[in-house]
Design a protein around this ligand. Structure first.
Ligand SMILES: Nc1ncnc2c1ncn2[C@@H]1O[C@H](COP(=O)(O)OP(=O)(O)OP(=O)(O)O)[C@@H](O)[C@H]1O
Length: 472
């Protein structure tokens, strides 16, 4: 964990939950401090993960393409392995196929190629699928649920649980969009504030919601008969299990289901804890995994600049920026306070600056990122955690105004790579400049050099000629 995770923990507690409007919601609760969305101090980690996931979804414009091979582990290795290259091969209902094309999907994503035939197979098969955020998991299970629904049955057949209110709404939006030519398929949101009359059985064939509300709807309110659920989807398992309450509720829901129910579990990461949980809720699974594309420093020129204090760093930054033709730059600060100070001063110098700060709601952050992406501002000042998930593709200069340091005072190499690295695919060249303000930070630079086996060259920002020859 890097230093500024501290700040973010506090930021999260201060932040307010974004509120989205949705058809089913009659009453929304603006407070973030509910068990449902993990607002308590103990579970900030879950809130952090969930917020990150939501931010990624809000700012994502398209599929994250991946060139790695998909690993498939079949429950029955003897059975043929089907994968599809087109949506037609899935023999979907025409209305559903129209919905898929209407979303602009021309062909299945890498994970969908294997996951879709498995999810749609008869007899039903259980599946555990892991791939990084943005690779098409939500679209895949949304399609599977829409295809699974039997319109003759006027009861809930597909249940999908998601770790937070906002993430559940995001999934619901995908289902609504994909199912827009299937008017008879109905969806209900089991999220806080969506009060249903007790005892009346829901007719919506698909229910998406958070574990607490879904459990209530199955047990206390008896709106759903869990024995009639034939497809159970558990999304963002890694985020879900970061809160014990959610994990336990998910297991309790799972216990209410029958053995015949098809179980599908999705996760962006797969640590041991996720794996243990997955094995518990998904018996005899097929497993699909798609490794993340590695980030590299191969195409990045790295420099350091010796400075004294923050004012000196600021002058160096201005020299650097003023003398180079830079498309866009991202500047990382350790604390929110430093980021605010820097952005004010850069603005005073006439720069167009965007600031990403922890007290902003997720929607506000998404809007800032969107403006930056559209080139409305050329500089983005941020703390570390706020900026996770931003593609640095169009950013040619990354400045570590403060170096990434862990709580142990040592170099946080992972964060360093994350800030300045790129996947091989976006092999465009870039520059990284590290501000060094003393012996301690010089040691950090050496640690980073050793770790990545790359030289970080000194840069004198007052020497324009030298700078131009080095950064060209
Ligand atoms: N086959 C496809 N062709 C083109 N775009 C797609 C395809 N499948 C999904 N997408 C788009 O790619 C983006 C990411 O998809 P999706 O949200 O399903 O990924 P995800 O793996 O579920 O991400 P997360 O883990 O964040 O939930 C979305 O904008 C989605 O509309």
């Amino acid at each position: 964990m890097s230093d500024d995770s501290w700040a973010v923990a506090v930021d999260l507690q201060e932040s307010t939950t974004p509120s989205l409007q949705v058809r089913f919601v009659k009453e929304t609760n603006a407070s973030p401090k509910t068990a449902e969305n993990g607002g308590s101090r103990k579970s900030w980690n879950q809130a952090d993960l969930a917020e990150q996931s939501l931010l990624n979804k809000l700012i994502r414009r398209s599929l994250v393409r991946n060139r790695n091979q998909v690993e498939v582990l079949q429950r029955d290795p003897a059975s043929p392995l089907y994968s599809v290259k087109t949506f037609e091969e899935l023999r979907l209902k025409p209305e559903l196929l129209n919905g898929v094309y209407d979303m602009g999907f021309n062909r299945p994503s890498r994970i969908q190629e294997n996951a879709l035939p498995m999810m749609l197979a008869q007899p039903p098969q259980n599946l555990i699928a892991q791939s990084q955020s943005g690779t098409g998991k939500t679209a895949a299970f949304s399609l599977a649920m829409l295809s699974h629904v039997n319109l003759e049955n006027k009861w809930t057949q597909c249940l999908c649980i998601s770790p937070t209110y906002e993430l559940a709404l995001q999934i619901g939006q995908v289902i609504e969009q994909m199912g827009k030519f299937c008017p008879d398929v109905k969806l209900a949101y089991a999220i806080r504030g969506n009060r249903m009359e007790r005892g009346t059985k829901l007719q919506e064939q698909i229910v998406v919601g958070t574990p607490g509300t879904i459990l209530d709807w199955c047990t206390k309110h008896k709106l759903i008969d869990p024995k009639k659920i034939t497809m159970f989807v558990l999304d963002e398992a890694d985020v879900m299990i970061a809160t014990q309450g959610h994990r336990d509720q998910s297991i309790r829901i799972h216990r209410l289901l029958t053995e015949k129910c098809q179980m599908l579990l999705f996760s962006a990461t797969f640590e041991d804890s996720v794996w243990k949980f997955a094995e518990r809720v998904v018996p005899d699974p097929n497993i699909i995994r798609l490794k993340r594309e590695e980030e590299t420093l191969d195409t990045i020129k790295q420099f350091y600049v010796i400075c004294r204090e923050k004012e000196d760093k600021f002058t160096s930054l201005c020299n650097l920026y003023g003398s180079l033709t830079i498309a866009q730059a991202m500047i990382f600060c350790r604390t929110r306070k430093m980021a605010a100070w820097l952005s004010v001063n850069l603005r005073l110098e006439g720069h167009q600056v965007a600031l990403l700060s922890g007290e902003m709601t997720v929607e506000q952050r998404a809007a800032v990122i969107e403006r930056f992406r559209n080139g409305k501002e050329k500089v983005l000042v941020t703390t570390n955690v706020c900026s996770r998930g931003i593609d640095v593709e169009q950013v040619s200069l990354v400045v570590n105004f403060d170096l990434p340091v862990g709580l142990d005072g040592k170099a946080d190499n992972e964060t360093y790579l994350h800030r300045i690295g790129r996947t091989g695919r976006f092999g465009r060249r870039g520059f990284a400049v590290n501000m060094v303000d003393g012996e301690k930070s010089m040691d950090i630079i050496h640690e980073i050099e050793m770790h990545f086996n790359r030289t970080i060259t000194e840069l004198d920002t007052s020497n324009l000629e030298e700078m131009e020859s080095l950064i060209s």
